[in-house]
Design a protein around this ligand. Structure first.
Ligand SMILES: [Zn+2]
Ligand SMILES: [Zn+2]
Ligand SMILES: [Zn+2]
Length: 113
């Protein structure tokens, strides 16, 4: 009689100890997940600070350049220097001249004064 009661007690004690260990493991896992989520969320605000090119939507590493005509921001690849005023204009605000061997672009202001 007494022996069986003693066994029951020890059995219940081990199960409660096991569930405690599982709980702490879950807490550690939750902490790890939280840390991973915080790490992945960290670069997002930096990306938002970077301006995206108005033409190719590529995120620029620097602040990029603003087209003085349409005032949108463009990466350096999407801006062409005007042969007349040397200002950097986007492809929408400058006209490419393919008649010459070297591609020349002229901004709208210089093209239609
Ligand atoms: Zn671009
Ligand atoms: Zn423009
Ligand atoms: Zn110009």
């Amino acid at each position: 009689m007494n022996l069986s009661m003693c066994l029951d007690k020890s059995k219940s004690r081990t199960t409660s100890r096991n569930s405690k260990r599982v709980q702490s493991a879950q807490a550690t896992f939750a902490k790890m997940m939280l840390a991973a989520r915080q790490q992945s969320a960290a670069p997002a605000p930096i990306n938002n600070d970077k301006p995206a090119c108005h033409q190719c939507s590529r995120l620029m590493n620097d602040m990029g350049s603003r087209c003085p005509f349409c005032e949108h921001k463009f990466c350096h690849e999407c801006l062409q220097p005007c042969l007349s005023c040397n200002g950097l204009y986007c492809s929408a605000c400058s006209i490419m001249d393919y008649s010459t061997p070297v591609e020349r672009s002229q901004c709208i202001t210089c093209m239609f004064p």
